[in-house]
Design a protein around this ligand. Structure first.
Ligand SMILES: Nc1nc2c(c(=O)[nH]1)N[C@H]1C(S)=C(S)[C@@H](COP(=O)(O)O)O[C@H]1N2
Ligand SMILES: [Mo]
Length: 260
């Protein structure tokens, strides 16, 4: 029984790789023909549509066991934000911190850590893959984002959730620092493994890894896993967000859909 399925999948994978190769090679002639979907004209959207085509967007990321945990879960990117507002919140164990959820929602919210911890939680052991070439397996506990969406009720125009973070990167050249930001679409927002985590390996999430709250969106690469969350904003497009590509690293050339 599995034979036809795997053959079909292999064919799909090969077809998809072929399309990817053509797209990477910049096959303008093919891209310009009318039947060729516009969506396949960029490598970025190609990776997303291939993922969707193969059922990957809705499928679950692999989960591991306690025996697989990495001895330490390294920190990367910003690991010790020196932003005054963040330092003040951290000094008080984040008792005054609130997760703001606004934008295109019917019922904006500002939730305390205690409120989030009182909601039904999900725990998952997953592998984090950073584009810089390292991986780590960790156990994350947090609130499924789908639950928060049910609470704030996205308006019909809402297409993406933008994550605004507390930490900053220097923009250089005398320009003001930029807070880290990321985004996912509604498919990922409602995916059962998309959680806002407040615990790592059974302990309070350390500052290194994004205290008090960080995103886990397990089918995508490390830079999507926004740390130091302050605000979730539901939007229809990224036009008004910094460089317009939907994320800090995306605005510096990385793909928006970073499927693993
Ligand atoms: N707010 C914020 N989120 C972030 C980053 C960051 O610098 N700031 N770095 C990203 C990158 S590139 C990676 S690999 C992971 C690292 O998560 P870790 O510190 O828990 O290993 O966080 C991601 N999320
Ligand atoms: Mo990363």
């Amino acid at each position: 029984m599995s034979q036809p399925t795997s053959t079909r999948r292999n064919l799909l994978v090969r077809t998809a790789s072929g399309l990817a190769a053509m797209t990477l090679a910049g096959c303008d002639r093919l891209g310009a023909t009318e039947w060729f979907p516009k969506v396949l004209q960029t490598g970025e959207l190609l990776s997303q549509s291939v993922h969707q085509f193969l059922g990957g967007r809705r499928s679950m990321a692999q989960e591991f066991t306690m025996a697989d945990l990495s001895p330490t879960f390294r920190g990367n990117g910003n690991t010790n934000p020196q932003v005054p507002q963040y330092l003040a919140l951290a000094r008080n164990q984040f008792a005054d911190w609130r997760l703001v959820i606004d934008g295109l929602v019917e019922k904006p919210a500002a939730l305390s850590l205690a409120q989030l911890k009182a909601m039904p939680a999900r725990t998952q052991i997953t592998r984090h893959d950073c584009v810089e070439g390292w991986s780590a397996i960790g156990q994350w506990t947090g609130v499924p984002l789908a639950q928060l969406m049910a609470q704030v009720v996205p308006k019909p125009q809402a297409r993406f959730v933008v994550f605004h973070c507390a930490d900053t990167f220097g923009a250089g050249a005398g320009r003001p620092d930029v807070s880290y930001y990321e985004s996912i679409d509604m498919d990922d927002a409602y995916h059962p493994q998309t959680i806002l985590a407040y615990a790592l390996n059974g302990a309070t999430l350390p500052v290194t890894n994004g205290a008090p709250l960080r995103l886990r969106v397990e089918r995508q690469l490390g830079y999507k896993q926004a740390k130091y969350l302050m605000r979730l904003e539901l939007v229809e497009s990224f036009a008004a967000l910094q460089g317009g590509k939907g994320g800090f690293w995306e605005d510096r050339g990385y793909q928006w859909y970073a499927g693993i």
